[in-house]
Each structure stands twice: as C-alpha cells, then as structure tokens.
Design a protein around this ligand. Sequence first.
Ligand code: AP5
Ligand code: MG
Ligand code: ZN
Length: 216
Amino acid sequence: MNVVLFGPPGAGKGTQAKELSSYYDIPHISTGDILRANVKQGTELGKKAEHYMNRGELVPDEVLIGIIKNRLAEPDCKKGYLLDGYPRTIPQAEALDGILEEIGMPLDVVLNIDVPDEELVGRLSGRYMCECGESYHVRFNPPQNEGVCDSCGGQLYQREDDREEVIRQRLESYKNKTQPLIDYYANKNLVVHINGEKDINSVFDDIRVVLDKYLN
Ligand code: AP5
Ligand code: MG
Ligand code: ZN
C-alpha cells in the first residue's frame, strides 16, 4: 500500500508510522529522520538543513525532492511506502506525483491526522526520543524508567526543535505552507481524516480500519 501520513507537528505521524510499518511490513520514510541523521553525521546535506530545522522553517524544496526521489528508488519500496513529513509544500507534492508516476506506484490514500493546536504544543514539549527510533511522552506515553528507553535501554533526549519558540514557528510553517496540501489531495479524492485526539492505540486501530482496504 502507498500512503502519505499527513498532519501538523506533534500529530502523531512518527508514532503511528513506526507501528504501521512493522504491522504492514512496508518502509517508514520520514524526511525529518533522514535530515536529522544527516545533521548528526555532519554531511553536506545536514549542514545545509540544520539552520532551517533549528529555526522551525522548512528546508528548501529542491533538497527534499532529491532526498525523496532517491529513497523511493530503493528496492524495499517495491512493497509500498509510508511517507511521514513529505510532501510539505505544493511543489513537493507536484514533484512527488511525477516520481510516483515514473516508478508506477501511485498514492492509495492520504491520512490526515487531526489534532487541535493547544494539544500539539503540550505533546511536543513533553516528547523524549531515543536513538533507536522510539519516542515517548512524559505524560501520554512514559517509559518504564524515567529517561531510559524501554526497547533498547538507551538514554532519552529532547529534539533540538522541541523548544516552545521553535514549536510555534513549526506550527506557523505548517499553517502557511503545508496545510494547503489537504485541498490539493482532497481534489484528487485521496484524503481520509483521522481523529488524532484519541489515545495512541485507538488512533492506530482507526488507521488500520482504513488501511486494511488497501491490502492486496
Ligand atoms: P519532522 O521530523 O517531520 O517534524 P514535524 O512535522 O514537526 O513532526 P513531528 O515529528 O514533530 O511530529 P509527529 O507527528 O511525528 O509526532 P510524534 O509521533 O513524534 O520535521 C522536522 C523538521 O525537518 C521540519 O521542521 C523541517 O525543518 C524539516 N523537514 C522535514 N521534512 C521536510 C520537508 N518535507 N520539507 C521541508 N522541510 C522538512 O508525536 C509527538 C508526541 O506526542 C510524542 O511525545 C508522542 O509520544 C505523543 N503522542 C503521539 N500520539 C499521541 C496521542 N494519540 N495521544 C497523546 N500523545 C501522543
Ligand atoms: Mg515525526
Ligand atoms: Zn531505544
């Protein structure tokens, strides 16, 4: 199945994508994760991206389009893909249409995870991450031992951009540049809305009801 997980920062895209990826056995492609890995390794790409990311601004389209084109060309995507955090602008969506047509894997569905703004700030400021890809929340999804990852025992940390002033800017970028994509995909009849205010497991169950239709 070929899926875009859409929604504002903190909606739960990464949390759901991780579970869905193992449940349906399709790759989870998060442009945020790819960019952060490049920043950490100090690559040219990472150096270019870092200053935008730390300010909560979008990294330029041409950089992202290159990343996604390469990633979708990898063999594991023959099974399908779960895009998380891409596309985020109209030019990115248009480029994606072209890439998907070329590889013959058109989108099945765009899941829009809806969560109100007030809730998003609380989710992001309480988020803790692990190197292994797990993420937690101090209140909504706490690890068994404070500061330690349940699945690998690693030390948890906060993301650079999960500071209040950067969170506000990320929400602004989302409203101005990314939200218009809902109409773009609604015009193609691809959007299904998911109530992201429910607890993590209920959101997962609701998404499965939708995605099970696309199993072949
Ligand atoms: P990215 O990494 O994509 O960040 P984001 O869109 O801001 O989204 P988040 O990862 O913060 O939120 P999420 O929806 O994944 O939430 P999560 O599941 O973690 O992008 C980072 C930056 O990279 C961008 O700002 C930009 O600079 C750059 N970038 C990336 N892609 C780009 C692109 N295409 N174009 C240009 N620039 C790009 O959940 C959040 C918290 O809530 C967690 O603590 C979790 O435990 C908790 N939680 C999750 N679900 C629930 C629930 N149902 N109830 C209660 N708590 C919950
Ligand atoms: Mg994420
Ligand atoms: Zn871990």
